[in-house]
Design a protein around this ligand. Structure first.
Ligand SMILES: [Zn+2]
Length: 60
């Protein structure tokens, strides 16, 4: 699973496409946080191979 995340460099704020429907929604949330707090927003891509999910299929 591949996620795009915007996160704040100055506090714990973060938004990712894991929680929001689209990358543009994440961008909008980041802009909103920047406007109201003046904090600097950074972005990154996240890849979660299988951690935290039970989607791994075992052959049996
Ligand atoms: Zn912040």
């Amino acid at each position: 699973m591949h996620y795009f995340e915007n996160y704040c460099a100055e506090c714990d704020w973060a938004a990712s496409t894991e929680e929001l429907a689209s990358r543009s929604e994440v961008g909008n949330a980041a802009v909103a946080h920047h406007v109201e707090s003046g904090h600097e927003i950074d972005s990154r891509s996240l890849t979660f191979p299988a951690s935290g999910s039970s989607l791994r299929s075992t052959s049996h």
